[in-house]
Write a protein that binds this ligand. Sequence first.
Ligand code: NDP
Length: 490
Amino acid sequence: MAKKKKPTLNFATDWSYAPAPESTDHVTIENRYDLFIGGKFVPPSKGNYFNTINPATEKRLSSVAEAEKTDVNRAVKAARTAYDKYWSKLTATERGKYIFRIARVLQERAREFAVIESLDGGKPIRESRDIDVPLAAAHFFYYAGWADKLEYAFPGRTAEPVGVAGQVIPWNFPLLMAAWKIAPALAAGNTVVLKPAETTPLTALKLAELLRDIDLPPGVVNIVTGAGNTGAALVNHPGIDKIAFTGSTAVGKIIQKAVAGTDKKYTLELGGKAANIVFEDAAIDQAVEGIVNGIFFNQGHVCCAGSRLFVQESIHDELIDRLKDRMETLIVGDPLDKNTDIGAINSKMQLKRINAYLKIGTAEGAELYQSACAVPEKGYWCRPTLFLNASQSHRIVQEEIFGPVLAVQTFRTVDEAISKANNTPFGLSAGVWSDKGAKVFKVSNQMRAGVVWANTFNKFDPSSPFGGYKESGVGREGGVHGLLPYVRLT
Ligand code: NDP
């Protein structure tokens, strides 16, 4: 007798949630934002502004100043003056108090920051509310605590600030990246010029308002908006003592060349292509959750995303069935809806890049699977995607896609898993799923990756260092390690 097929629930058609939109009436977005230099908002020298849009609706949210070289000069000068005249002379305890204040006010205004982050960047409100903003505040709290304890951070050494830090951040975690950069810089006694990404400048500008409102001394933090040219002007400025960059490996290489032969300190947090390895003895449902979180969190716009899945051959079919079932339950749509799991792709350009990889993967011979969910008509969207039967030489396996696209491969032995996982130009993060502690230790010790998660994925904490090997970058951010690039030790 033929086996009866079990009835399946089609989440795309049989199940729907009532909308649960987060309100926006407590949020003010100005029609236009100037540059934040010397504690004030000032117009850009050439009077140019560019639009920032909501990627979920394609509607304009605001216009933002485009900083020219002269504006970057002004900002660096303001940061230098603030450093010489005020910030470097302040006692460490007083410096710490300012940073604690930033953390507290950020917490108080968390809802406003979360909504703006979701509007400007497209990420689900559940993530901006529960991860981005609380973690950003946690970074300020954490580093505020270090401000008057630097002698304990580096026992037997004296830690001096380096001076003015130039910081360039990407669009995937706009506020959180600003916090990762600004908090340790200020705690160690430096002043800052920060350039947010072109597509997501609004939470950095809100942060500028916050810094002004808490009376942070003028010039201690300056925020210059603009495109890649503004970033390049900042990086190449001779008045910058330390560069902190998060973004693509391609731009990271340009920056590394630019600092060669100077005495600028630098840290580069670049791309990744993390292996997520599931052994046959893993708790399979837990692993499926970890895979989903690893690749679909923040639409896959995550440098440490678990974008290469390695499944032990014996459990491949069962795991993939369960993963597909789970993917069918994921809701793609309005980032402000609290039911949404996957929001909008950050920009038209990024969607184009992801779609190009979908074509490349198919042409390379991998098998494309996408969940059947509905997506809104307007805006930039990509359904959660798997590429099955991928192989090591495929571009979708070797290159960073930065979208909700997972390349799946199999392995038979522990050694095969390790060698396949390490066969990548990147080395930012990895995940290992197994019931056996000894196996987890063996594999994680042999991963050439800055962070290895065991039976979990994408967990972050301000006290934990983060950074890469190989083309994933240079230096560490977070924890005591994250203070090191901002000090000179004697
Ligand atoms: P970029 O590396 O171009 O952007 C990161 C930041 O650097 C932005 O603020 C950008 O400005 C700025 N920038 C661009 N060119 C220069 C330059 N020559 N000198 C100094 N600063 C510069 O990333 P993209 O936005 O172009 O994304 C491209 C790809 O990079 C993605 O598909 C993804 O693969 C990867 N990426 C990785 C990230 C990570 O965290 N590892 C983060 C973001 C992207 P602007 O925004 O105006 O271009």
